[in-house]
Ligand binder design. Structure first.
Ligand code: KG4
Ligand code: ZN
Length: 489
């Protein structure tokens, strides 16, 4: 509270962390509020909490930590000193009359004594491997076997996701743990943070999915055990290499130890197959538009697995353009959802932004010119002292992006004679894009499929759908595969 009065920006780090991020004179400080009950002292709890909080704070961009400790509490002062804290000041009467607080600060990362760096896990933290399958009736066991459960892992960017699908394509679990909060401060995904966060949560996300699958099947004995799965799928690429490696290494170890086959999946194919979750009878040939944070592609899907990429972006991906425009306006990250919300009440014809590479038969995309036009517009208006009408700007920007998407998709449909169209990637969650394609192409007799909203941005359900089909066809990956950050369709 004191910090809130004195300092410019105070923010709760996360619900389960007792600390605040404080922006002060250009540096970020984390303020901690940690107390350990008397009966639990001397078990290293404070040290663990401190190292956890300070680690998260550092990931959020903090450079120092500060705390108050009562003068005379020698045990606590010694602990903090060992972590690198030094006295920075005093608060008189902080803990009541005559009881002063010593203010201590430390640079991040904290000094973690070697003997405490990786403490032995307690008995409660350890699990025997192989995890035993819970007691099941013979019917339950037969049912689980019949379903041929495939567990799939996605970790290509800033989402750690795990889904479990059965042989009929029924999704029994679909867990997504997002790291967006940890990247938002930096205005984009920070690869090192992404990797670390995947490492931290992957075990618990897998556990949660195994529990969900048991619940979906009405099994009362407990979570699905690894031995009860039929296969393990994983995103092999494309994406951030350090993020992919976490999923791939985990999947390999998990599958190998459980004695199950490994199935590697192309993330881009995942975005395509997300459409099958909405329209199971979608069949090639058709035209597919992929619009995500990393990719912009127009694809002629001639058969499953036979893809002709008609055109790609020469510079920014569509999602990236949304993110950059939002950043230029100081609106936050990721930009897509923010801009599409603003655009709801805006006039798409208010500002005439350029449409690039607009000639027939040219399936390439370019978004950097549009991005520059938007930036220039913001500068001009600001200089002229006019307030920018954000909804109009957002709607006009969207219109410029989506007009081009529509036109090229329409041309590709005509040129190939395809009667089906679908779309995928984070930007396909945009309501205006979905509506435009469904309405305008629908009027021309094209059947338009859009993925369920939950399967547009990165998720493991779409990876599970690809893995299930590959597993069905016997397309198993060897255990010496590596993540492939530059995989193409
Ligand atoms: O597919 P995705 O989750 O990650 C990649 O594989 O890249 O896509 C993320 C991108 C971000 O750039 C985000 O701004 C954009 O999708 N996005 C949107 C919307 N929701 C997410 N763009 C426009 N409108 C939206 N509603
Ligand atoms: Zn994606």
């Amino acid at each position: 509270e004191e910090a809130a009065v004195e300092l410019s920006d105070v923010e709760v780090i996360s619900e389960d962390i007792p600390g605040w991020l404080v922006a002060n004179e250009g540096s970020l400080t984390v303020a901690l509020d940690i107390t350990v009950s008397d009966e639990l002292r001397r078990e290293g709890i404070a040290r663990k909490l401190l190292s956890h909080v300070s680690y998260d704070a550092q990931m959020l961009g903090c450079t120092t930590a500060s705390l108050e400790v009562e003068d005379g509490n020698e045990a606590a002062i010694a602990l903090y000193a060992a972590l690198g804290f030094t006295e920075a000041g005093r608060r008189r009467g902080y803990y009541g009359a005559g009881k002063d607080a010593i203010v201590m600060t430390a640079p991040l990362p904290l000094v973690l004594p070697l003997d405490n760096a990786s403490p032995e896990p307690t008995a409660a933290e350890q699990r025997a491997w192989p995890l035993p399958a819970p007691e099941r009736t013979a019917e339950e066991r037969a049912e689980i076997e019949r379903r041929r459960l495939v567990l799939a892992i996605e970790s290509s960017c800033d989402e750690t996701a795990v889904a479990i699908i059965d042989a009929d394509g029924k999704m029994l679990a679909n867990q997504v743990s997002t790291q967006i909060d940890f990247h938002a401060r930096f205005g984009g995904v920070v690869p090192e943070i992404a990797s670390r966060k995947h490492v931290e949560v992957i075990v618990s996300v897998v556990d949660a999915a195994l529990e969900d699958a048991a619940a979906s099947l009405g099994l009362e004995g407990g979570a699905i055990a690894p031995s009860e799965l039929a296969a393990v799928g994983v995103t092999q690429g494309p994406g951030l290499v350090g993020a992919l490696v976490v999923g791939v290494a985990f999947a390999k170890g998990f599958a190998y130890a459980a004695g199950k086959p490994l199935v590697c999946v192309n993330h881009l194919e995942g975005h395509l197959f997300a459409n099958l979750l909405a329209q199971p009878d979608l069949k090639p040939p058709f035209i597919f538009t992929l619009v995500s944070g990393g990719h912009t592609m127009l694809v002629h899907v001639k058969a499953w697995g036979d893809y002709e990429v008609l055109g790609e972006t020469l510079d920014d991906a569509v999602g990236e353009a949304f993110d950059k425009v939002a950043k230029a306006l100081g609106l936050g990250y990721p930009g897509g959802p923010i801009i599409s919300k603003l655009a709801e009440t805006g006039n798409p014809k208010a500002i005439d932004f350029p449409r690039a590479l607009n000639s027939r038969g040219d399936y390439r995309f370019s978004l950097s010119g549009l991005k520059t036009a938007v930036t220039l517009y913001i500068e001009q208006e600001t200089k002229a002292g006019r307030t920018i009408h954000l909804p109009d700007l957002a709607a006009s920007f969207e219109a410029a992006v989506f007009d081009v998407q529509y036109k090229k998709a329409k041309n590709a449909l005509h040129a190939t004679g395809c009667k089906e169209y679908c779309i995928g990637g984070g930007v396909s969650a945009n309501p205006h894009l979905r509506e435009m394609m469904i309405k305008k192409l629908g009027r021309q007799g094209i059947r338009v499929t859009v993925p369920p909203l939950s399967a547009c941005t990165d998720n493991a359900a779409m990876i599970a759908e690809v893995a299930r089909r590959k597993f069905d066809r016997g397309e198993i990956s060897p255990f010496d595969v590596d993540a492939d950050p530059s995989m193409t369709l």
